[in-house]
Design a protein around this ligand. Structure first.
Ligand code: RTP
Ligand code: MG
Length: 144
């Protein structure tokens, strides 16, 4: 019987790409058993970020997010698998790498020493609804 499956949009952020952590982060996601079903390198524009981070556009740290996320290319990916949103959020650890537990991507690899936006290597959609919305933004060429 086929397993129920979910999808998540992952962004490997500019600090991670610059530090050549793309392979390590994708390795951890695959090692937990998820399938990568879409993958590309893209340099975010302010326009795509305003869509992606619509909930944060009015926040005081938003200009810092734009500066951070336009500082270089990101790797955008779609991963699929059983309860993948919960699983990848757990793999990532909490927003601030300073307090993220060892064993998580942000806890093991994060190097955020007090910049204007929290540099935390990776983004993962926080719900199935967010995943559908974000996949449409970053992969408009996909059907669903
Ligand atoms: P993400 O959306 O990137 O997966 O991360 P998240 O859910 O853990 O964090 P969220 O609250 O959605 O914030 C989005 C991103 O904005 C940056 N941020 N900086 N300076 C600050 O106080 C601050 N707060 C958030 C981080 O890069 C965060 O991932
Ligand atoms: Mg978020």
């Amino acid at each position: 019987m086929p397993q129920p499956t979910g999808r998540i949009l992952i962004l490997i952020k500019p600090d991670a790409v610059e530090r050549r952590l793309t392979g390590e982060i994708l390795r951890r996601i695959e090692a937990k058993g998820y399938d990568l079903t879409a993958l590309k390198v893209v340099t975010p524009t302010p326009q795509i970020l305003a869509e992606h981070y619509a909930e944060h556009v009015e926040r005081p740290f938003y200009p810092g997010i734009v500066e951070y996320m336009t500082s270089g290319p990101v790797v955008a990916a779609v991963a699929e698998g059983h309860r993948v949103v919960e699983g990848v959020r757990s793999l990532m650890g909490p927003t601030d790498p300073t307090t993220a537990a060892p064993g998580t991507i942000r806890g093991d690899l994060g190097r955020d020493w007090g910049t204007s936006a929290i540099k935390n290597l990776v983004h993962g959609s926080d719900s199935e609804d967010s995943a559908a919305r974000e996949i449409a933004i970053w992969f408009p060429e996909l059907d669903s």
